[in-house]
Design a binder for this molecule. Sequence first.
Ligand code: ZN
Ligand code: ZN
Length: 405
Amino acid sequence: MKDKKILEMAEKTLDRYQICDCCLGRSFRQIETGLTNKQKGELIRNNLKYDKKTIAKDCWLCEGLLDEIEHFANLVSDVVKEYEFDTFLMGSKIDEDILDREKELRDFIKSEDAEPIKMEINREVGKILEKKLRKTVDFENPDIMAVIDTAFDVVNLQVSSIFIYGRYKKLKRGLPQTKWFCKICRGKGCKACNYTGKMYDTSVEELASKKALEMTKGTDESFHGSGREDIDALMLGNGRPFVLEIKNPKIRNIDLSVFEKKTNDYAKDKIEINNVRFSDRNEVVRIKSAEFRKTYRIVLEGEKPINKEKLKEVAQILQGKTIKQFTPTRVAHRRVNKVRERKIYNCDIESVEGTIARVIVETESGTYLKELISGDNGKTKPNISEMIGIPCIVKELDVIEIKGE
Ligand SMILES: [Zn+2]
Ligand SMILES: [Zn+2]
């Protein structure tokens, strides 16, 4: 025995409170290492020649809670049985009454060394489950966190999301990137949205997540794109990076090549995904903040026939130029009003026929392309309409490459 003072205090404690060996050992756990709290309690009691042993059921502090470790382990293993996972972590929500008494005892002992009862329960239940389920406790990043509520004898699960990275191409116009709830009913369903709750039939998000939700039996998803194209723009070339988050998955180890194939069959002619792999939450942050250079194909229409040579000259001048864009009228309601400077890396003319021209533009992330063409009443300078002396608008706008990933 290391410390006489500890034994003296333990004796005072036993004189005053009727507690079980677990609770005794936990309160003076610094007395010995390498033993369970129960063994420590026994050791202290034997040293004090304290014959009267209190069983957990009669314990003033835990009122039998520590006899229920096995029961809690069964409760948890029953709830997690329908989930696939490798790692888990135990948590618990202990009766308020027990916590109040624990505090009283801690104040009486005047020691910070006592282990909270919560920790003992989490650890002991975890130990049983590791053996029983052949899974590993992970404090950092568990697949499942199981929280026992001792007052109500229930287990609540927090299942970690799975994340899938990929790139998508959008092959059909009129498709929003994410689910867009009806503005009138906000998703409930009303006459205006034909009781779908949505503004559009489907979206890249819904098409890309459908098969993943089926395969993982997840309850919900979140779609994180690296920027977004306009609803009426195609997304071509190598596709746009995205991370799909599947919430509460029951199955975690899905074959991603099967997911890719199933999705591409299901979403045929609308979207196509590629380069899929497992990812994590950090990558959501990375692709959300990444600033990729993008190349667009723009079909523009002039008010009058466009002179090809003049347009070529203008394209030459724009090459490498930095333009100034005051917040466009169309997004002014959700963007701060300010001037943004964006670089045009490349500008090439593909074809000009009458009033229609096809232009390839490679720009810095965040450039407003429609305004580069129209000028947006002088809010973007320089702009193509002004430079060729003919007001132009964008008829079609497609992203044909996203660079730098
Ligand atoms: Zn006890
Ligand atoms: Zn509606």
